[in-house]
Design a protein around this ligand. Structure first.
Ligand code: DQA
Length: 147
């Protein structure tokens, strides 16, 4: 399938469904990913990656152009607010990306309002729960189908 999209999750997102459920909800990361896979079955190939290690995420991002991935949906979690290295990795491969946050980062602590990614992102979705991933994937599929 030519429409290949990568969904990347950063630190602590493997704890979805167990971590701060009032903020992040009850679904695990596997369940979240399955929902996305099922929803877009037959329309795009979606590849999932999660790591708690910043360098692993950077290495993974660097590998993407060789895999045929055309666009990225990324929840960089806490690294959003701290990591120039993840920003630079994304810029180094020149693939369009959408920044997703499950929670509304603007309603939370001050430090979550800073993003090292937003100004380079094609768009930002924050506060719409795990549906945010689906909206981002849908956007990229629509865009690729329009070409
Ligand atoms: C998050 C928001 C971040 O501030 C936080 O560090 C996360 C998750 C979200 O999805 O709402 O780990 O990216």
């Amino acid at each position: 399938m030519s429409k290949k999209i990568s969904v990347i999750n950063g630190s602590n997102l493997n704890m979805l469904g167990r971590r701060e459920k009032d903020i992040y909800g009850n679904l695990s990361l596997d369940e979240t990913n399955k929902r996305i896979t099922d929803k877009f079955h037959g329309r795009a190939e979606i590849i999932f990656f999660q790591s708690n290690h910043e360098g692993s995420v950077i290495d993974y991002i660097h590998s993407l152009p060789q895999t045929g991935v055309k666009c990225i949906v990324i929840n960089a979690a806490a690294w959003t607010h701290t990591s120039i290295a993840i920003r630079d990795a994304l810029l180094s491969i020149s693939l369009p990306f959408i920044e997703v946050h499950i929670s509304n980062v603007y309603r939370r602590e001050e430090f979550r309002k800073l993003s090292f990614l937003s100004d380079c992102a094609e768009g930002v979705i924050t506060g719409l729960g795990i549906q945010g991933y689906e909206f981002a994937v849908q956007y990229f599929i629509d865009k690729m189908e329009a070409k």
